[in-house]
Each structure stands twice: as C-alpha cells, then as structure tokens.
Design a protein around this ligand. Structure first.
Ligand SMILES: Nc1ncnc2c1ncn2[C@@H]1O[C@H](COP(=O)(O)OP(=O)(O)OP(=O)(O)O)[C@@H](O)[C@H]1O
Length: 267
C-alpha cells in the first residue's frame, strides 16, 4: 500500500454494536464497490459504523466533514505556491480515488452544488475523477469507495441532493438503536453501570417522543454518551443530564421543563 495512504488505515478495532444486518449489507455493497449513503439523524452511529467497516475490510478511511463553505477544490485539490514554485496537492477525494481508500463525506448536502458535480463521474461505471485545473483524469483505484451521510430531517426543498445524485448510491437507514442495544452502547462508551445507562436511554426515549411536538431533533446516542461520561466523572446525574441532554437541544422554556421532568422521573 502506498505510504501516503497508510496513515488512514484504522489500526484498532472501533467499538461498534450492530443494529440489524447493516454489516453484511455493507460488505456486499463494498464487494461490488457500490457507492453508499448512510441515512439517519445526527449522533446515531453512522460515522462509527463506517470506521468499523473500514477496519473490518482493512481499507484506509478518509473522512471529510462537509460544510457550506466547502468547494469542489477542497475535495479535489489545488495548486499551492511554495518556495520552489507551484505544486499540486491532492484533496481528500483525489487521494482516496488515487490510492484506494474509502472516502466518507459527512453531510455532503451541506457542501455547495459544484461538489456534487465532481462526485458524479466517480459514482457511475466510469469511476473517474477529473482534476480539471491539473488536466488529469484519475481512474479510481479498485479499492476506492465513496460513502456519504445524509440526515433526512435537515433537508429542505432548497437544500437537498438531486435525484440524479441520490440514485447513484445504495442506502442504509440508521436510527437510534433499540433500548437494550443503546443501553449497552452507553454503558460501554460512557463508562457507567447498565442501570445508569438504562435510565439515560429512558430519558432519551421520552424526549424522542417530543420530536415534531416542540423538538426538531431527538436526544442522540452521542448525547447519552456525553451524559454518561460526566456521571462517570462523579457529576450529579441531574446536572449531567441538564448539561448534556436538556440545554443543548432546546432553548424553549416549556420544552426544557418537559425534559427536566423526564430527568427527575429517573434520577
Ligand atoms: N451502534 C453503535 N455502536 C457503538 N457506538 C455507537 C453506536 N451508535 C452510536 N454510538 C456512539 O455514539 C457516538 C456518535 O455516533 P457517530 O459519531 O457515529 O454519529 P453520526 O451518526 O455519524 O453523527 P453525525 O451525523 O452528527 O456525524 C459515537 O461516538 C459512539 O460513542
């Protein structure tokens, strides 16, 4: 394997608790190098899943957190000026395509429209990435795969992937895990007892019922792990819940009261 890409190998097995058959489905998709879309709310395990899969498949993983200022050049690369003149620097997508990594574009819908143009020829049978400024066409390495994440809750008509983009991907649905699995995850990741984790998950379940009734998004597994990690450090559970579960998610006083009530039911 090329030295440039070696640093992106996931050395240690990431902790990932599977939820259904997503591991087998992803393996099958990777075996035919199908571009994949991981759909689901924030903090429900999509990034951890792709890290785990990269480790399992022993393929390097290059992750890009997309944002609205991101341009196609940020993905593809650009000429840099240094003491010796100009030199080309591959962007993360070019690196992955050239040397054979899994490239994970987190929340690609946030990026500007011109970025979707560059992923199109990579995600059909051409599997090429044109570096227009450099005048080069990269034929993707056989190990290359593109994975994107997509949060259906955030999309509006103004900002969504076009059908011509969506239809280039296979998709896996993610959601908050079932009560027992989420309890195991919070126990493991947060370093608390199963009893405490169980209470945190129960609070989240109540809050998730408020989604669409005052809350835009549910309390995520990530937030529960944060809460657990404060409790594991000796913070009073009620305070830990306020800091990690209630305050970040809403400023609405009525919603905060409703969430506080859920916290006091369990702690
Ligand atoms: N199935 C799971 N197995 C192990 N850990 C999990 C799982 N689901 C969630 N987690 C925990 O929740 C945290 C957040 O998950 P992750 O970062 O994968 O979310 P995400 O869906 O990628 O969020 P975002 O869309 O905001 O990037 C992880 O760091 C991990 O601690």
């Amino acid at each position: 394997m090329n030295d440039v890409i070696k640093q992106y190998i996931v050395e240690k097995e990431p902790y990932y608790h599977s939820v259904t058959d997503e591991v087998a489905l992803y393996e099958a998709a990777y075996s035919v190098r199908m571009p994949m879309m991981l759909k689901g709310p924030t903090g429900c395990g999509k990034t951890r899943f792709v890290e785990y899969m990269a480790w399992k498949l022993q393929k390097p993983l290059i992750t890009v957190a997309c944002n609205e200022d991101m341009t196609a050049s940020d993905l593809v690369g650009r000429f840099l000026l240094d003491a010796n003149g100009t030199r080309w620097q591959d962007g993360p997508l070019a690196l992955a395509a050239r040397y054979g990594a899994i490239c994970y574009l987190d929340e690609v819908v946030e990026a500007r429209q011109d970025t979707t143009v560059v992923i199109h020829p990579l995600t059909d049978n051409r599997r090429v990435l044109p570096l227009e400024k450099k005048g080069e066409l990269i034929n993707a390495h056989p190990d290359f795969q593109l994975v994107i994440s997509y949060n259906p809750g955030y999309q509006s008509l103004m900002k969504d992937l076009k059908q011509s983009t969506k239809q280039r991907f296979g998709a896996l649905d993610f959601n908050y895990p079932s009560h027992d699995i989420e309890t195991e995850i919070v126990t493991h990741e947060g370093g608390v007892s199963a009893d405490i984790a169980d209470k945190l998950v129960s609070i989240a379940e109540r809050a998730r019922n408020l989604k669409g009734h005052g809350l835009d998004e549910g309390i995520s597994t990530r937030m529960l792990v944060y809460g657990a990690s404060l409790i594991a450090k000796g913070v009073d559970p009620k305070d830990a819940c306020r800091v990690t579960l209630v305050r970040p998610i809403t400023d609405d006083p009525d919603m905060r009261d409703a969430l506080d009530a859920a916290v006091t039911t369990f702690f």
